[in-house]
Design a protein around this ligand. Structure first.
Ligand code: ASP
Length: 331
């Protein structure tokens, strides 16, 4: 492709959806979250600006959030019922439908990099548990003790979850008045389109607080939490994973846009606001299609999100619902 045929670039990221209310965030925490979302958006956008691949932009953005204790991915991941961390991540390339994922890893510092290594260096799509950690180590990826992912904030959430409902995984049971913010989802994800018009999507998470040892959510499941296909769209999801798996949310949105020729916004709203909402599944998605127009749809109170297109001089950030969000631009 020659240089004159450059396509419009764009990136959209999320840092989790859930009961995100202004009154539950201190001004300092809100500021820190907005700043990290902006940093992650810019990290991915810079890759696209210099002509980098959409997959590299997705990794750059996700890595910033994995390295931040503010999000439920990498350091700052939630605790399992056993008091450990088991991380899930996946990435998909829209140009050739290649995908890589890791599930229930305990030691690779940046699970999104391990997912990319599975895509590039293995004949498989999904590696889990010890085998996935071992593979990541063999690929030379940084390895940490499981306690490296600990934060006091997440430990307190876990203790609260255990006290309130020891075996509960359902956010419906956990989001009682007064504790709602504590159990919001905090998964991170990114979708990008590069100058060649290639789409990519990635997602990384610690899963859900107090989840059973061995529980795997939607984030590493291609078609559930992540999907990218140049013929339709790129999606990264966040929310109650069991619902996103059963309703094959990411693939369903892409399939509707491709087969029904629905605009992406409409396809996403049908799945998130109608199908998923009726089923009781809380959460949201970020998406991009070939028009490089950001799409962000969530049925929860809020979703941490950031986006930047060629039209934007700086990243745009949103935390709350459309009505109460000053930076919301009507996408
Ligand atoms: N979807 C993730 C999971 O179920 C949780 C989240 O989005 O925060 O593991």
């Amino acid at each position: 492709m020659n240089a004159t045929a450059k396509k419009p670039i764009a990136i959209v990221i999320h840092g989790g959806a859930g009961t995100i209310l202004k009154e539950n965030l201190t001004p300092a925490k809100e500021k820190a979250i907005r700043a990290t979302l902006a940093k992650a958006t810019n990290a991915g956008y810079a890759v696209l600006q210099r002509g980098g691949a959409a997959t590299d932009a997705v990794i750059a953005a996700i890595e910033v959030m994995e390295d931040s204790p503010l999000f439920n991915a990498g350091q700052g991941a939630v605790f399992t019922a056993e008091g450990t961390h088991e991380l899930d991540a996946s990435i998909m390339r829209g140009s050739d439908l290649q995908a890589g994922a890791v599930a229930a890893v305990k030691h690779v510092k940046n699970p999104i990099r391990a997912a990319m290594a599975v895509l590039e260096k293995s004949p498989h799509v999904l590696l889990a548990g010890d085998g996935a950690d071992q593979f990541a180590k063999e690929q030379g990826l940084p390895w940490v003790e499981n306690s490296w992912f600990d934060t006091d904030y997440r430990r307190q959430q876990w203790q609260k979850a255990r006290a309130e409902k020891t075996t509960a995984l359902s956010e419906d049971e956990l989001t009682k008045p007064g504790s709602a913010d504590d159990f919001k989802f905090g998964t991170v994800g990114a979708v990008a389109i590069d100058i060649h018009g290639n789409l990519a999507a990635g997602t990384s998470t610690g899963g859900m607080t107090n989840k059973s040892h061995g529980r795997i959510g939607d984030s590493p499941i291609i078609g559930a939490g992540t999907y990218a296909d140049n013929r339709s769209c790129a999606i990264s999801a966040t929310g109650h994973g069991e619902y996103f798996i059963r309703y094959a949310v990411a693939h369903d949105i892409c399939a509707r846009s491709r087969y029904l020729k629905q605009p992406l916004q409409q396809a996403a709203e049908s799945v998130i606001m109608d199908v998923l909402f009726s089923a009781g599944g809380e959460g949201g998605i970020i998406a991009l299609d070939h028009n490089a127009q950001p799409v962000m749809v969530f049925n929860s109170k809020g979703m941490y999100r950031g986006w930047r297109t060629a039209k934007d001089a700086a990243p745009l950030i949103g935390l709350y619902d459309k009505g109460s969000e000053k930076t919301w631009k009507g996408h």
